[in-house]
Design a protein around this ligand. Structure first.
Ligand SMILES: Cc1ncc(COP(=O)(O)O)c(C=O)c1O
Length: 365
């Protein structure tokens, strides 16, 4: 008789559950300051809390397919209607649905590194092969390299994914490069988790008019500040949404997140406040730290900042450990491009940011 282990699909062997150690740590010790997971430091607005309360009262009921919130999202993005929008339990679930819809075991997904880790994790569970094309790090800046992405295409390529702006580098790829990749005709996922911080004017949703192979993903975890609620979505032409919707687990988005998301999307003042706060705090970090000798502060259009402290002679991991002694959780960044000086922070409350700046100056100066 075969052992149970032998019945698992082979590509899952040895794969472990994904756990974010820094998030576990923060929940275990609530006194620590969470400057590591690109969360929003501001609590949900009164309007969102009201929706959570009132829909909590009917949580005994199954949700519908989210027509109201999907219609609102379509309107915000100048699309025809709810048929252009698919919703998920965070955008992480949306990648899972997209990958499952296109990728067979052994087929390839191209990502541009450094980038968000979930693309790879969801690729592993469908038995896909992740192909990483590095950005170019030159003169202290990370540059997108559309030419190398296109060169990496093989007959097995099924998806190309690019974050706009990218996490952790914080910058946008140029419009011409998006067009060049879209022109390949391959399924092209543009992850716009942070786009609201710079405004929807920077979105690539406009590509949908000409390129039915383009899919744009978004989340309410960042600028809208609802990471714990889990609500993400994708935008695409109707035929693509219809096909990917075949993978939807029924009632994947609960009644409370669905209606709270609608309240957040309607609360434009709440969004503006959060965006303005964030962008002012990014400027605060940049202004305070620009004169630390040897420290490269990568300009960010998101709610996080990547630093390279290589020229200070200090290690990024030691910076993270130093901050933690002061109760601040920073995010380590594995060495790359010959530097072990990288580390990352998330914008926190004004007081947390002040503490972070002080810790960085003290450790690196
Ligand atoms: C680039 C990028 N995309 C997507 C997400 C995931 O967001 P969600 O909470 O919607 O799963 C993150 C979260 O950090 C991210 O950095």
């Amino acid at each position: 008789m075969k052992k149970i282990e032998e019945y698992f699909v082979p590509w899952l062997k040895g794969v472990k559950m994904y756990i974010s150690p820094h998030i576990e740590l923060a929940w275990q010790n609530k006194k620590l300051h969470r400057l590591m997971s690109n969360e929003n430091p501001n609590a949900p607005s009164a309007k969102v809390l009201e929706a959570i309360g009132s829909f909590g009262k009917i949580a005994n009921r199954y949700p519908d397919q989210g027509t109201a919130v999907r219609s609102r999202i379509a309107t915000i993005n100048g699309l025809d209607g709810p048929g252009n929008v698919l919703i998920g339990n965070g955008s992480s679930e949306v990648y899972d649905m997209i990958w499952r819809s296109f990728v067979e075991p052994g087929e390839e997904i191209i990502q541009h590194t450094p980038c968000f880790g979930i693309y790879k994790l969801r690729c592993i569970v469908v038995g896909g092969k992740l192909v990483s094309v590095p950005m170019i790090y030159e003169n202290g800046e990370f540059c997108f390299d559309a030419g190398s992405i296109i060169k990496a295409i093989t007959p097995k390529t099924k998806i190309i994914v690019i974050a706009n702006p990218n996490n952790p580098t914080g910058n946008f790829m140029d419009d011409e490069d998006f067009v060049e990749v879209a022109e390949t005709g391959l399924p092209f996922v543009v992850d716009e988790a942070y786009v609201e911080y710079a405004g929807l004017g920077r979105s690539q949703v406009k590509l949908l008019k000409k390129y039915p192979n383009v899919m744009v993903t978004r989340t309410l975890s960042k600028a809208y500040g609802l990471a714990g609620l889990r609500f993400g979505y994708m935008l695409a032409v109707k035929g693509v949404i219809d096909q990917i919707a075949a993978t939807l687990i029924p009632w994947n988005v609960g009644t409370i997140p669905m209606w709270a998301a609608l309240a957040a999307l309607e609360d434009t003042e709440g969004l503006t406040e959060r965006v303005e706060f964030n962008n002012a705090q990014v400027r605060y970090f940049e202004e305070e730290l620009k004169d630390v000798p040897g420290l490269n502060v990568l300009h960010s259009y998101g709610n996080y900042i990547l630093f390279d402290a290589k020229e200070t002679g200090k290690k990024g991991d030691d910076m993270v450990a130093f901050a933690q002694e002061r109760g601040l959780i920073f995010r380590p960044q594995a060495p790359m491009y010959g530097s072990d000086g990288f580390f990352r922070i998330t914008i926190g409350s004004a007081e947390e940011n002040r503490m972070a700046v002080e810790a960085i100056k003290e450790f690196l100066s």
